[in-house]
Design a protein around this ligand. Structure first.
Ligand code: G3H
Ligand code: 13P
Ligand code: ZN
Length: 336
């Protein structure tokens, strides 16, 4: 059993409270490899932002669970080395699919876990979430649950259609499960294709797709039922068109990829939404940069020559999200 506090990690409780009161959101960035982790820590440390490092089941399979945990431990030391004396870094399991996976992460030193039982019937979702909460809270590990199902298909996170969260269910769910935060469904979805062209309109001037707005009425109704309760948004990449265009112009094929407009996420950040999940934008930044180098320098075969620029591009993107979208810069409890 590894106590996350001995690794220098924190849980989400205090940072969520401050984020809700301060009208900003904490970035939750997924990582699978060293370059992503370096970019996340560089961006959050330079900007004195709290940050959530998310590890999915897929990431654990890809990179090895033990290695990822030590990388997160190293991340705390790296943040200090970058001049951030009091970093606030959460190591979070993203989309935990069973009690056993959550327990394994808690025992490995994670400071926060998500149990995603949103596909189960209401009572079963409560029962499984409660079981994870009872285990996690013994070690002061915070638990995110999900109510409502996101649209989109991505690896093990899949659902053919979106079922918005029912505001009339959130009080009973949060009270009976004991969860610390709640992911809700208001129209976001995973991946780089969040809406079909048929669901969008086209800007007559640019010809670009314009996605439908998020269901802020559902968010408002949830907040009315649970005043001050931490709300989480998954599937919140914006799918920057400059990356999509760059990838497509260099031999890629991402037709009509589309995400959530940043102004809608900015608006959500000012509410009780205190955690915003971003993964696909990092994948796009990485891919665009790698394609650029390999296109311009076909003789290049040193991975540092294309992973380095990819890391720089991700850092730039993370910084933009922190400053311009989530507003979490300079929000560490101790800034000195
Ligand atoms: O919500 C899903 C995240 O983007 C993680 O994706 O399961 O492919 O690692 P993954
Ligand atoms: P995106 O695919 O929009 O980046 O969502 C990531 C996510 O929700 C991770 O849990
Ligand atoms: Zn997610």
């Amino acid at each position: 059993m590894v106590d996350y506090k001995t690794l220098g990690l924190v849980n989400t409780r205090e940072m969520f409270k401050r984020a809700i009161n301060g009208g900003y959101a904490i970035p939750a960035f997924n990582f699978n490899n060293m370059e992503q982790l370096q970019a996340i820590i560089k961006a959050s440390s330079d900007l004195k932002s709290p940050v959530i490092l998310q590890v999915s089941k897929g990431a654990r399979n890809y990179a090895n669970a033990t290695l990822l945990r030590y990388m997160a431990q190293g991340a705390v030391e790296y943040a200090k080395e970058l001049g951030c004396k009091h970093p606030e870094i959460v190591l979070h399991l993203d989309h935990g699919d069973s009690f056993e996976t959550c327990k394994s992460c808690i025992d490995y030193g994670f400071s926060s876990v998500m149990i995603d039982a949103s596909h189960l019937p209401f009572e079963e979702n409560i029962a499984l979430t409660k079981k994870v909460v009872e285990y996690a809270h013994q070690f002061d590990v915070t638990v995110e649950a999900e109510l409502g199902v996101l649209a989109g298909v991505e690896d093990e996170v899949s659902s053919a259609e979106s079922h918005y969260t029912k505001p009339e269910e959130v009080i009973e769910f949060s009270q009976r499960s004991g969860c610390d935060s709640l992911a809700i469904s208001i129209g976001t979805s995973h991946g780089a294709y969040k809406f079909t062209p048929e669901q969008c309109t086209r800007d007559p001037k640019t010809g670009k797709l314009v996605p439908p707005p998020l269901a802020f009425d559902v968010l408002d109704a949830v907040m009315e039922k649970l005043p001050g309760f931490p709300i989480v948004l998954h599937g919140s990449s914006s799918v920057p068109q400059e990356y999509v265009d760059e990838i497509n112009s260099l031999g890629g094929k991402l037709p009509d990829a589309i995400g959530i407009p940043e102004e809608q996420l900015r608006k959500a950040s000012k509410s009780a939404v205190c955690k915003i999940n971003i993964d696909s934008d990092s994948r796009l930044a990485f891919t665009a940069a790698v394609r650029r180098v390999l296109h311009d320098k076909p003789g290049e075969f040193d991975p540092r020559k294309f992973c380095g620029p990819a890391r720089d591009e991700m850092e730039k993107m993370y910084k933009h999200k922190i400053i311009d979208v989530l507003g979490s810069d300079n929000k560490l409890a101790q800034l000195d």
